[in-house]
Design a protein around this ligand. Sequence first.
Ligand code: CAA
Length: 448
Amino acid sequence: MTSVGIDAVEIRTGKLRLDLPETFAPAQGDDPGKYTKGLGLTASSFPDVYEDIVTMGANAAHALMERKGLEPEDIGRIDVATESAFDNSKPVSTYIAGCLEQVYDGDFHHANKGERKFACISGTQSLDDAYNWIRAGRNRGRAALVIATDTALYARDDPGEATQGAGAVALLVTEDPDVVELSTEQGYGSADETDFLKPQQQFPSVDGKRSVQVYLSRMREAIEDFESVTEPIHPDDFAFIPFHTPFPGMVRKAAALGYRHASRDTEIEERLADEIGRQPRYEAFDSEEAFREAAADYTDDLTDTDLYREWYAETVEPTLTISREVGNWYTGSVHVARISALKAAAEDGVDLAGEKLLVGSYGSGAQAEIHAETVQSGWEDEIAALDVDEQLDARYELTFDEYEDVHDVHNHDEDAGASDTDQFTAPEQEFVFDGWGRMGERKYIYVE
Ligand code: CAA
C-alpha cells in the first residue's frame, strides 16, 4: 500500500510577542501564576500591522517550497484551514496562490484549491483530504500543500483573551514522506455543540468551562472509536502524543484522562494498585455522580505517581514547548505540537525513525479525531532545517498599550486600520498586506 504522509513542514509565527505573566497579567489584575502554572502559557504571538492569515500562510508555504526546491507545477492541491477567514466566498487558498505566483515563474492554475472550516480540527481535516487525494491516485505524482493559518483573537476582556495567538503551519503531503506516515485507521468523536462559535462575527462567543468539558468528551469518544478499528491503545505505545493545544493546561487534563483510559486493565494499573488502588468501575457505583467523583479522585492520585509523571514528561511535555511561547494557533495548533515534539527529540539526539505518534486533533462545535503516525527516516533533516527558535526570538516585545493598539488594528469593527498605526517590525523578503482593491479584496505584495 502506498505510504502517504507529511514530507516537510514550516511554521510562521506572528512577529509580535505579548508576555503574559509580566505584561498582560498585571494590566488585567491577575496573578501571573494563572498564566504560567494554570494555563501553562508564557507568551502570545500577534500579527504585526502588515501581517494576516494570508501573509503568514503564504510566507510559511514559500519557505517550504524554497527549501524543498519546488515549483508551482509540483503542487496539485492547496488547501487552507482557518477559522479567521475574511471572505465568505473566495477561499484564502486563492489569495495565497496569488501571493506565491508573484515570486515564481509558473502558476497554480491546475491545482485544486479550497478552504476547510470546522474550527481547529479543519487543519487535520485538510491533511485528511490531501491524504485521500493521493491514496486515491488522483494526484498525478504531485504533492499537496496544506496550510493552517489563524489569528486567534478574542474580544477584549473575554476570558479567552489569555489564550490568544497568531501563526501559520504549512505541510507538504506526498507519497513516501520524509517526516511521518499517517495511519489509515482513524477515530472520531463528533456532536452538535454550542461551546465556541462565531456566528457572522469576528471574535468568538465562548462558554469557556463548557468548551473544556466538550474537548474531553469528544476526545474520549474519538479514542474509543479509534480503538474499535485497532488494538486497545497502551500509554507506552507512542513516543509522543501531540494534542490540539488551545493552552497547555488543557492538554494536561486530556493527557491524564487518556492515560487513565489506556492504562485500565494493564500492568500499569496492577503496578499502581498498592499505591493508589484500582480504577473505579462504573458497575460498582449506585449513581453516575458517585462514579465520576471516584474517577476524578483516582485521576488526581494517578497524576501524582512517579510512573505517570515520567510518562507525561517524556510523551506529552515536549509537545508543549512552542505552544507555551505562542498561544493558540487554532487550526495549526496540533501541528505545532507535532513539530515541538520532533524538535525536542532532535535536540536530545533521540532516534525516532519507526516510532509511533498518537495525534489528537480537536475543533469546537465539536469534533475530535485520533490517528497514529509513524516517524520516517528523513524526519531529523526536515526538523533541523526549521528556524523556529530564531523566529520566536526575533519577535518584537509589546507593551500593554501597544498590545491594545495591535488588537484594534486587527479588529474589523475598529476604525484604526493598518494605515493609521505604525508597524513594529520591518518586513524583509516576505509577503505583506498592501491595502484594499476596487472590489473590497485584500491585496498583497512581496517585499524584497
Ligand atoms: N496559580 C496557579 N494556577 C492558577 C492561578 C494561580 N495564581 N490562578 C488560576 N489558576 C488556574 C486555575 O485553577 C485553572 O486551572 P484548572 O482549570 O486546572 O483549575 C487555570 O489556572 C485557568 O484559570 P481559570 O479557570 O480561572 O481561567 P478563566 O476562567 O479566566 O478561563 C478558559 C480559562 C476557560 C480556558 C479561558 O481562557 C477561555 O475561555 N479560553 C478560550 C476557550 C478555550 O480555549 N477552550 C479550550 C477547549 S476548546 C478548544 O480547544 C478549541 C479552541 O482552540 C478554542
